[in-house]
Design a protein around this ligand. Structure first.
Ligand code: SF4
Length: 421
């Protein structure tokens, strides 16, 4: 069969699309980039934001109208998180829960459903080779129950994949020439808590067993669990294979709102984690996430989020305007008017952009190595990442995976500008 996969959402979903590609190719199918050339279409969906969900549901209907005879598979988080809605919009489609991606071939062959939670170790499943960077799923689900989150409904409770299998997969892909690996899941901070290990020990195992030149990007970590392994984690981050990069969502600067979100930690925990990492790695890159307009957020709560951002000065802030997610606790709360959310989103975006620019300007004049991991078709330049995972735009002829020396000549809010040396 000729199959076209459309991927929405997070790096975890990208990893699952790489796995479905690997599985389908192994069964002799062909993956095609153009939907018109396909016999079947897979939509790997995301349920985090209502805007994305609306777009996906619209796409499913449009694709089916244009291609009534083609098999459609709805995969990803939406089948588990919003089963009724997906069935209503796509009665013609096969449904493939994120817990059953190993059944992709069957879901394409006949109209069927593979639903329900299951313990599937995805890291050892065949994967599309040559994808850059190489995204390594290390667990599924999490230990939290954030009141706004539909991902939890889809992914369920934490299932960590064995450290030995993760290490073997990285060693295998390294042999293939891969040099950049994203360790990804819903909360890397609680990786291994269900298997008597943790993220720091996983890093140590990988860097002890896998030799040569490569880099590890550690995925999103919640303060609730990161604080438990902090000293060990900082020790593990000292390894030169680890990008000095920390993605740690705060979601709100107000303790009252954090408690209603059921984030399970104090604002001070978040501040302490970042201060401790910066003590050890002054140039570490900090990414965080803020939800604006969460039910009950007052002007004072919002002001606390802004002052926390000004205090922490993150390199990048992923800003979400709160959107109601079905079957979540927060969906039952009194909502903030849309115009208030819009104004607050505009305000926090302005501040976040300013902070990103200030941080990036500190790098101008510095020299160092970057690994080329992206080609920006639109701008006609490559993007490399330095040891702090800072994006550096460079002009020239390179291959993905090349490590080159650059001088930082300028900075904008989204990246550094580099000149190859
Ligand atoms: S940690 Fe919270 S936000 Fe993240 S997947 Fe789990 S419940 Fe959702």
């Amino acid at each position: 069969m000729r199959v076209h996969i459309i991927t929405y959402g997070c790096s975890n979903n990208k990893a699952e699309s790489q796995i479905m590609t690997g599985l389908l190719r192994k069964q002799g199918n062909q993956l095609v980039d153009n939907i018109d050339d396909a016999d079947a279409i897979v939509l790997n969906t995301c349920s985090v934001k209502s805007t994305t969900e609306q777009k996906i549901l619209h796409n499913i209907s449009t694709i089916h109208k244009k291609n009534p005879d083609k098999r459609i598979v709805v995969a990803g988080c939406m089948p588990e998180a919003e089963y009724e809605k997906v069935k209503e919009i796509a009665p013609f489609a096969s449904l493939l829960s994120t817990h059953h991606i190993d059944k992709i071939e069957e879901a394409l062959r006949t109209k069927t459903e593979f639903m329900g939670k299951a313990k599937l170790t995805k890291v050892t499943l065949p994967k599309a080779s040559g994808e850059y960077p190489n995204i390594i799923p290390i667990s599924s689900g999490c230990l939290s129950s954030c009141s706004f989150c539909s991902t939890k409904i889809a992914k369920g409770h934490l299932v960590s994949y064995p450290a030995a299998k993760i290490t073997m997969e990285i060693a295998r892909a390294k042999e293939e020439g891969q040099k950049e690996f994203w360790l990804t899941c819903q909360d890397c901070g609680c990786y291994g808590f269900d298997d008597n290990t943790n993220m720091a020990q996983l890093i140590q195992k990988i860097t002890k067993c896998v030799r040569g030149q490569y880099f590890l990007r550690i995925g999103m970590m919640n303060p609730e669990h990161t604080k438990i392994i902090l000293p060990e984690l900082i020790e593990a981050y000292k390894n030169n294979h680890v990008f000095k990069f920390l993605h740690i969502p705060i979601q709100s600067g107000s303790q009252g709102i954090l408690d209603v979100m059921r984030r399970g930690h104090k604002v001070e925990d978040f501040v302490e984690i970042i201060e401790k990492f910066r003590e050890e790695f002054p140039d570490i890159t900090i990414w965080t996430d803020i939800i604006v307009g969460f039910p009950g957020e007052t002007k004072e709560d919002f002001a606390k989020s802004l002052s926390l951002l000004r205090k922490i000065k993150p390199d990048f802030t992923n800003i979400s305007s709160y959107s109601v997610r079905p079957n979540t606790q927060a969906s039952k709360m009194k909502q903030i008017p849309t115009h208030v959310k819009k104004e607050r989103t505009r305000k926090v975006s302005e501040i976040a952009r300013e902070l990103s620019l200030q941080n990036n300007k500190r790098w101008v004049g510095k020299t160092g190595a970057v690994i080329i991991d992206e080609y920006n078709e639109e701008k006609g330049n490559f993007v490399g990442r330095n040891y702090a995972y800072k994006p550096v735009a460079v002009k020239g002829k390179f291959k993905l995976g090349d490590v080159i020396a650059v001088e930082i000549t300028d900075a904008i809010s989204t990246c550094l500008i580099g000149k190859p040396l």
